[in-house]
Design a binder for this molecule. Structure first.
Ligand code: BES
Ligand code: MN
Ligand code: MN
Length: 457
C-alpha cells in the first residue's frame, strides 16, 4: 500500500534529506567546490540505492551533472526529471535562527539552506521513485531519466552546453521538475510560466581618486549621487520602466486571459502583512499577482561605493556600483533587453562620470502548455492527493534551462512544485514543510501513472 510505504518510511526519507542538506553545496562561492561535489556524490549513491540505472556524474567545466535512468519499455512514455542540488549562499548567517547547514525540523518545517530550493524538492523525486519500485503498486510506469545539476543558482551555463551536446541521450516526452511552488497547502496550483532574466553589474566612475568632500564637493559630479539619479530615472511615477522600447515585445494578455489568471485566490492584505508592509507597490494598471508574473520588472539587487564603515568620513568616492536585474516576460528576449539596457544606461550618464555595464547570466521567459497530456496528468495527480484541482498560475521566478529544454530539445516542461512563497528561499531561515515534502512524494507517482495511462503507445 502506497500510503503505508510512505508512512512507514517517512522518518528515513527525512533523515536522508537532512543528511544531504548538511552538505553546503553553494555554487556561487568557489570555497564550497568540494562540498558541491560531495552533494553530487551523495545524490548518486541515493539514486543507485533507489534502483536507478547508469547513475553517473557527468563532468562539465564546472560542477558535475548527476544523470541516471530507468528505461524499461519503449512503448512507455519517457519523463526527464530535472532539478538542482546547488544552493544559494547562506549569508547573512547571523539572521538564521539555526545554522543553515545544520538542518532542524521545527513546527513541521525543515529549516536549512536548500530545504525547499531545490534539494528538498529534488529529493521528493528520488523517494517517489524508490516508492514506486518497492511499494507493490505496479512498479514504475514510465521510462525515467534523472538529470540533477549543480549550477542552477549561477545560471546553468554548463548544463546548457551539456543539453546541446546530448540531445539524443536526453530525448523525452516531457520534462518534470519540482522547483516552484503552490499557492497554499490547501490551494494546490501549477505554475505554467516563468520569467526570464537580464542581469547586470554597473560601474560609475568619476574623479580619478576619492576626494575630500569639502575641498571638492560642489565642483564635481559625485558618482554615487549620479548612480542614484540614473537608477531613479529608470521608473516613472506610474512604475513603468523608462528604457526606450523596453515594452516593445511584451505580450499583452487579453482581458479573458487576465480574468482566468485572476481566479487564483490572492489576499492583498495577507500578502502585505506577510512581508511587513503597509501597502504593496507596483506598475499602475496591474494587480499584485500580475506585477509578479505577467509583467516585466527592473530592480536594484545591490548598491555600494564610498565609505560604509563606522562613523563619518567626508569623502566623494571615485566609483559607485550596482547590480541591476530585469525579469522578463514573453516575448522579450534576454539578448534584446540586455542590449537596450546597456545602451540606455550608458547614454543617461550625466557629464562628469563614465559608465560601464557588465552583463551577467540571462535567461528566457517561458510559458508551458495546459492542454497537454502531461499537464492533465499532473493536475489529476494533485487533485487526487490534495482533494482539489490545482489552479494554473504564472510564476515570477526564473529557471532559465526550462526555456532551453523547449528551444534545444523541443520538450515542454511541467512545473510540479510544492514550495510556498513563505518558504524564504534565498533568504535566511529557508524552510520546507514536512507536509509539502511528503505531499510531493505522494503526488509524483500519480503523475507517472496518469501520464502512462494517457500516453502508452
Ligand atoms: N527555484 C528558483 C526559481 C523559482 C522559485 C521559480 C520559486 C518559481 C518559484 C530558482 O532556483 C532560482 O532561484 N532562480 C533564479 C534565477 C537563476 C538564474 C539564478 C531566480 O529566479 O532568481
Ligand atoms: Mn531552484
Ligand atoms: Mn534558487
Amino acid at each position: 500500500m502506497a500510503a503505508s510505504y510512505l508512512a512507514d518510511n517517512q522518518q528515513r526519507f527525512l533523515d536522508e534529506l537532512l543528511d544531504w542538506l548538511r552538505i553546503p553545496s553553494v555554487s556561487a562561492d568557489p570555497k564550497f567546490q568540494g562540498d558541491v561535489r560531495r552533494a553530487a556524490d551523495f545524490l548518486k549513491a541515493r539514486l543507485e540505492e533507489a534502483g536507478v540505472n547508469n547513475v553517473a556524474l557527468c563532468e562539465t567545466a564546472g560542477n558535475p551533472i548527476v544523470y541516471g535512468d530507468y528505461l524499461t519499455d519503449p512503448a512507455l512514455p519517457t519523463v526527464l526529471v530535472y532539478g538542482h542540488y546547488d544552493v544559494q549562499p547562506a549569508d547573512p548567517y547571523e539572521l538564521w535562527q539555526s545554522p543553515p547547514f545544520e538542518p532542524v525540523i521545527k513546527d513541521g518545517k525543515i529549516y536549512a539552506r536548500g530545504a525547499c530550493d531545490d534539494k528538498g524538492q529534488a529529493y521528493m523525486h528520488v523517494k517517489a521513485f524508490e516508492m514506486m519500485m518497492r511499494d507493490g503498486q505496479g512498479g514504475v510506469p514510465c521510462n525515467i531519466k534523472f538529470m540533477i545539476e549543480g549550477e542552477e543558482e549561477i545560471g546553468s551555463n554548463n548544463l546548457a552546453l551539456f543539453v546541446q551536446a546530448n540531445k539524443e541521450k536526453l530525448q523525452a516526452d516531457v520534462i518534470l521538475l519540482s522547483d516552484t511552488g503552490i499557492i497554499a497547502n490547501d490551494v494546490p496550483s501549477i505554475e505554467v510560466g516563468l520569467r526570464g532574466l537580464s542581469y547586470h553589474e554597473v560601474e560609475v566612475t568619476g574623479p580619478n581618486r576619492d576626494l575630500h568632500s569639502g575641498l571638492y564637493g560642489g565642483a564635481v559630479q559625485n558618482p554615487i549621487n549620479a548612480l542614484c539619479a540614473m537608477i531613479a530615472s529608470l521608473h516613472d511615477e506610474n512604475g513603468h520602466i523608462t528604457i526606450p522600447a523596453f515594452y516593445a515585445n511584451v505580450e499583452e494578455l487579453t482581458p479573458a486571459a487576465r480574468a482566468e489568471l485572476a481566479k487564483a485566490p490572492f489576499n492583498e492584505a495577507e500578502f502585505e502583512a506577510s512581508i511587513g508592509l503597509p501597502v504593496a507597490y507596483g506598475e499602475a494598471g496591474y494587480s499584485t499577482p500580475e506585477r509578479t508574473s505577467i509583467r516585466p520588472t527592473l530592480d536594484v539587487n545591490g548598491i555600494w561605493g564610498g565609505y560604509t564603515g563606522e562613523g563619518a568620513k567626508t569623502v566623494i568616492a571615485s566609483k559607485a556600483f550596482a547590480k541591476i536585474s530585469m525579469r522578463l516576460v514573453p516575448n522579450q528576449t534576454s539578448d534584446e533587453i540586455t542590449a537596450l539596457f546597456q545602451e540606455h544606461f550608458t547614454r543617461i550618464a550625466p557629464a562628469g562620470v563614465t559608465v560601464q555595464v557588465r552583463p551577467h547570466h540571462g535567461g528566457e521567459p517561458v510559458v508551458t502548455p495546459t492542454d497537454s497530456a502531461a499537464y492533465r496528468a499532473a493536475a489529476a495527480a494533485m487533485e487526487t492527493t490534495f482533494g482539489k484541482a490545482p489552479v494554473p498560475t504564472r510564476g515570477g521566478g526564473s529557471i532559465p534551462i526550462v526555456a532551453m529544454f523547449k528551444s534545444e530539445l523541443g520538450i515542454d516542461s511541467v512545473l510540479l512544485g510544492f514550495g510556498l512563497d513563505s518558504d524564504a528561499i534565498h533568504s535566511p531561515n529557508e524552510h520546507f514543510g514536512v507536509f509539502n515534502f511528503l505531499k510531493g512524494i505522494e503526488t509524483i507517482p500519480h503523475f507517472y501513472r496518469n501520464y502512462a495511462a494517457a500516453e502508452t503507445r
